[in-house]
Design a protein around this ligand. Structure first.
Ligand code: GLY
Length: 602
């Protein structure tokens, strides 16, 4: 049964917020000039006409019968074709997951894992945890030397970095329970793409060129992800080159013919286990046979007249999203305006507290007691907000909660699907780092994950992106590593409203948080919200990173005067793929203009 978190007491938090205003009032725009909703399109207004809050002016894709938004045009097309062929949202999602494993090898995968949040058109919701697990021979100190120091790189690169993959089992489970078309039909498009090849985008080509040295070093046998297998060779992939993956096609055919046994047993399992022996990895045929994904009760929590349906632990994302939204709920963000200093200040302070909690309390719920309900409760959040001050940024060193998280990989991927009946799927899936461990399973033709780095390999020791954790996320055999992935669905007044998610490691939760608030508080369309520039704070390091243009000069000055440290990024935040249900029942598909992301609908 779905767990519903008790509605949040607005009055309780508002009382705290008002009390906190005593020393200095927030900057509130006198006239609500920043939000205009004529024809439902948000018009940004600010004193500074040079400020542009959007990364691009891309407009959303409209459909009435189905919508797919994913990281790659080929994968979105596969999803759309499945919907048009009479498949439901789960059929399309399974087909997209397999298609991404072919056309988006940097993050799409069968050698990794992920999370699915599913809402049936009738209103019942589910979540599926197909996160990777530590191998049976894993030990808490497996990445430490005899002096207890971290052996750098072992949890990141090569065979020892991989957890037992969950994606194939996840897709089998999802399809078995909710699919309508045959299994063979939903796997076939990926086989076709692998067998016949697909024309690479510029980004596809650059991605593979970037990892050429690793591919050569880690995979002594030629892999087709290299144009040539010679490390010193200057031959590189170019836009339009055809990438054909015959070994992967055969692996997918085994999965098509035998379902989960096509991956976790027989030829694929043998090839994977042999690859591990060759590279001194730990995953065995026994580990593969024992892997099973888990249906979990999704988190459901109210925010005003919305119901947020999101991923419970093993992800930290759902708990964090609900905490952040509830910290924000009592404040008049719409009146203050998008990314005005008061709006940003409240959001930063919410983020600071949430990430401190993440580091302290979150881990695999099958191994540690995760106090998720308490962390989202009004009483608890009220105590967390008592040191909030308009006058001054809270000092992260004074925020108790845990140890220092840092940046995780941006190389995850998210996709959203809604079918004609209104069934909705939100999936985030990953290899962790780009192209995972960079190990390609010999003869089976797919990348393995480096998800073991999402464990806390040693309390207080940062992982490759600066992430630090504690005992709750320590390595143990068969345990799942903590994730930030936040596939989410929102209902408005009891009806399907939004399907949302993104890659971005530790920035996932804050990007989802902003994307949701941009629509429901600031009146943006789905695509505008995806286009909107973003910012991120994660407790420690105690600074706010932001996309160039996300803050006006006035916002920057006001925040700096209160002690906030701001850092403009040279790169971008988020790769959102979302769907919004408009008041007239049509779907708006929104894909992130920061990469190859594409929405397709009809
Ligand atoms: N590997 C990224 C995440 O699961 O959060």
């Amino acid at each position: 049964m779905n767990k519903r978190v008790a509605p949040y007491s607005l009055l309780l938090l508002f009382a705290v917020a008002v009390a906190s205003c005593k020393t200095q009032s927030p900057t509130v725009s006198t006239a609500d000039t920043r939000v205009k909703e004529s024809q439902g399109v948000y018009q940004y207004r600010d004193e500074d006409p040079t400020v542009k809050p959007f990364f691009s002016d891309r407009v959303g894709v409209t459909g009435r019968n189905g919508m797919v938004a994913s990281a790659h045009p080929e994968a979105s097309q596969v999803g759309l074709d499945i919907l048009k062929a009479g498949g439901n949202a789960v059929d399309a999602a399974v087909a997209v997951q397999f298609a991404l494993a072919v056309v988006y090898p940097g993050a799409g995968n069968i050698g990794g894992g992920g999370f699915m949040v599913y809402r049936e058109s009738a209103g019942k919701s589910y979540s599926l945890d197909y996160r990777e697990k530590a191998p049976g021979q894993a030990t808490q100190n497996m990445y430490l030397d005899s002096a207890g120091n971290v052996r750098q790189g072992l949890s990141i690169s090569g065979h020892l970095a991989s957890g037992v993959p969950g994606s194939v089992d996840g897709m089998v489970e999802a399809h078995k329970r909710f699919g309508k078309l045959s299994w063979a039909q939903v796997v076939q498009p990926a086989i076709d793409l692998a067998e016949k090849g697909f024309a690479m985008t510029e980004r596809d080509a650059t991605g593979l060129n970037r990892i050429k040295t690793d591919l050569n070093t880690i995979n002594p046998n030629k892999t087709y992800f290299l144009k040539t297998a010679v490390p010193t060779d200057t031959t590189t992939w170019h836009k339009g080159d055809l990438l054909i993956q015959r070994d992967l096609a055969k692996t997918l055919q085994r999965i098509q013919a035998r379902g989960r046994a096509g991956f976790y047993e027989g030829e694929t399992a043998r090839l994977l286990a042999e690859e591990m022996v060759r590279g001194k990895g730990l995953i065995t045929e026994e580990d593969l046979k024992n892997y099973h994904s888990v249906w979990r009760d999704p988190i459901q929590a109210t925010y005003k007249n919305y119901n947020v349906i999101t991923m419970p632990p093993t992800s930290s994302g759902g708990v964090a999203l609900v905490q952040m939204m509830r910290f924000t709920e009592p404040y008049p963000l719409r009146r203050w305006g998008w990314n005005r200093d008061s709006t940003v200040q409240v959001m930063i302070e919410a983020e600071r507290r949430v990430y401190a909690d993440r580091a302290k309390f979150l881990g695999d719920p099958d191994f540690v007691k995760v106090p998720a309900t308490q962390l989202m409760s009004p009483d608890y959040l009220r105590t967390r907000w008592t040191d909030f001050s308009w006058a001054k940024a809270t000092d992260s060193r004074s925020v108790r909660g845990g140890t220092i998280p840092g940046y995780e990989s941006l190389e995850t991927t998210h996709f959203s699907v809604v079918d004609k009946a209104g069934n909705a799927v939100s999936i985030t899936t990953t290899l962790n780092g780009g192209y995972g461990s960079r190990v390609v399973v010999g003869g089976a033709g797919f990348f393995m994950n480096n998800e073991m780095d999402d464990f806390s390999v040693k309390p207080g020791a940062p992982n490759m992106y600066g992430l630090i954790g504690n005992q709750a996320n320590a390595i143990a055999p068969n345990k799942r590593m903590l994730s930030s992935m936040t596939p989410t669905i929102l209902e408005k007044d009891g009806k399907l409203f939004m399907v949302v998610g993104t890659p971005g490691g530790s920035t996932i939760m804050t990007s989802v948080y902003q994307t949701v608030l941009n629509v429901i508080e600031h009146g943006m369309t789905m695509q505008q919200s995806v286009n909107a520039l973003k910012f991120h704070h994660q407790w420690l390091p105690d600074k706010t990173i932001f996309e160039n243009g996300a803050f006006s000069d006035a916002t920057i000055d006001a925040l700096k005067s209160r002690g906030y440290i701001l850092e403009k990024l040279s790169n971008t935040l988020g790769r959102m793929d979302c769907v919004l249900i408009r008041p007239d029942g049509s779907y708006e598909g929104a894909s992130d203009p920061r990469a190859d992301n594409t929405a397709r609908g009809y």
